[in-house]
Design a protein around this ligand. Structure first.
Ligand SMILES: *Cc1c(COP(=O)(O)O)cnc(C)c1O
Length: 473
């Protein structure tokens, strides 16, 4: 529809917050189709009816715009996909489209599996992909087990992702894509994205970036030359925490050595209309709308949460029971300067409180290492009263986990060593509480190490960590 296209083009000239608030849903659409509803409706429906056989035939042949069946598309899904495509391309001049998925993992699988298709000119090719080893635990398992082990597709691990030569040395004629998570969860690994994208250009390989931790409010990888962005919509984007969701945002005309022209021209739309239609990993309309509603405030939230996290990180840096604080916003962090180049609060220069300047913001994820043993770490963790013990990220409530016994338990001691995740590391994702209250909670928990408090952990409770690990969070 022409007016719809015009509306999207008008949105493109708006600032980030305006796009986040309105997305692709206009007053005209509300009045013409949705009884004037000012909030995007949740279309809880499996399928679309057609006027007649001609319309049905054209719709199912993808000859006319249609949503047909909610495994493929649905208006509520579309509102989420539309706003994310706009936000990820904001200020980049890049044209992209988005497909929403049932989870972040489904988005990663959708991207990777479709770039790992058999090449009919060379059906016996032993494929590989080059990816950072500091990735989310679920991603580690998907790469190590589902691809490398079960499908004989080699995962070539980049150990030190800041070393661009290491990336290049792993690429050969059988490489299908380059993959990186930045900042990584929980290790906050960071690399020079523009340099990795140059390698993608040089070797004609698509670059996939999981930017979940930063969110588009702090970093938009498409603007540096990445081909595909992964978002776990569950995390920073959906602070309320009602449900799981994911998204894949791909530029038009991705680089790739293999695959059809159709696939390369519009990768997200190709996934939507073909492979994901057949594999069925798409998001539910309800989770899509819940996410749309949260995304409206992403910029101001990331600003505030980042400021709180920096305050907490600075406090902990000087604490006698803390061995090390890992936060990209600290000048002591080894890749602080690099992070500074990429993590910028979008539109801060238009925000009066920042006097027309661009400001850096480093997100809500940090970790700290306890000076002590694995058990000391569990004792501190068990003493939190305000901070929730949970494997989650991006919530409006502060949440902490010990990755070695939770998110990253399955990859084993060796895998954790590669990713630098010791047993004494507590990952903290800072929420919207006043930071002083979070500092007070951590301080009182650390007092268990003074012997002032008796540890709350019992052997039964500690064993509980292992059962959650088997579920693979
Ligand atoms: C949680 C997470 C994922 C997976 O997302 P789900 O929505 O839980 O499937 C992927 N990448 C990162 C960085 C994550 O934190």
């Amino acid at each position: 529809m022409k007016w719809h296209e015009e509306n999207i083009n008008k949105m493109k000239s708006c600032r980030f917050d305006t796009i986040a608030v309105h997305g692709v849903y206009s007053m005209q659409e509300a009045l013409d189709f949705n009884q004037g509803s000012i909030i995007e409706p949740m279309y809880m429906s499996t399928s679309q009816a057609y006027r007649d056989s001609d319309e049905m035939e054209a719709a199912l042949g993808y000859e006319v715009p249609t949503w047909c069946y909610s495994r493929i598309a649905n208006p509520s899904m579309y509102y989420l996909e539309g706003v994310l495509a706009l936000l990820e391309t904001y200020g980049t001049g890049v044209d992209a489209s988005c497909i929403a998925t049932s989870s972040g993992m489904a988005a990663i699988a959708s991207a990777a599996d479709n770039l790992l298709c058999v090449d009919h000119d060379d059906p016996d090719q032993k494929m590989n992909f080059v990816a950072t080893c500091q990735v989310y635990g679920g991603t580690f398992q998907q790469f190590a087990m589902r691809k490398d082990e079960e499908r004989n597709v080699e995962w070539r691990k980049v150990i030190n992702s800041a070393d661009i030569n290491e990336w290049e040395s792993l690429i050969d004629e059988n490489t299908r894509f380059l993959y990186g998570e930045m900042p990584s969860n929980p290790g906050l690994a960071f690399f020079d994205l523009a340099e990795v994208c140059k390698l993608g250009e040089k070797y004609n390989l698509p670059v996939i970036i999981d930017a979940t931790v930063a969110s588009p409010a702090l970093m938009r990888p498409l603007g540096y030359g990445a081909d595909i962005v992964i978002q776990s919509v569950t995390k920073s984007l959906s602070t309320s925490g009602f449900g799981i969701g994911g998204a894949l945002i791909a530029r038009k005309n991705i680089r790739a050595r293999f695959g059809s022209d159709e696939m390369k021209a519009d990768f997200a739309m190709y996934l939507k209309t073909l492979p994901n239609r057949d594999n069925g990993p798409n998001i539910s309309p309800m989770n899509a709308i819940l996410a749309v509603n949260d995304i409206r405030t992403i910029r101001s939230r990331m600003d505030r949460l980042s400021r709180s996290t920096l305050k907490i990180a600075k406090h902990l840096e000087g604490h006698k029971h803390i061995e090390q604080v890992d936060y990209l916003g600290l000048e002591s962090h080894p890749v602080h300067e690099l992070a500074k180049k990429y993590l910028v609060l979008v539109d801060s220069e238009f925000d009066e409180q920042y006097n027309g300047e661009k400001v850096n913001r480093y997100g809500h994820l940090m970790s700290f290492r306890i000076k002590g043993t694995a058990q000391d770490t569990r004792d501190v963790f068990d003493a939190f009263e305000r901070i929730w013990r949970a494997t989650d990220l991006g919530r409006i409530k502060s949440v902490a986990t010990i990755p070695a016994i939770s998110t990253h338990s399955q990859q084993g001691e060796e895998g954790r060593k590669l990713a630098d995740i010791p047993q004494t590391l507590i990952r903290l994702c800072v929420g919207g509480e006043h930071p002083d209250d979070i500092i007070a909670d951590i301080d009182q928990a650390l007092e268990v190490l003074d012997g002032k408090k008796i540890s709350k952990s019992s052997p039964e409770y500690s064993a509980g960590g292992a059962s959650s690990a088997t579920l693979g969070w």
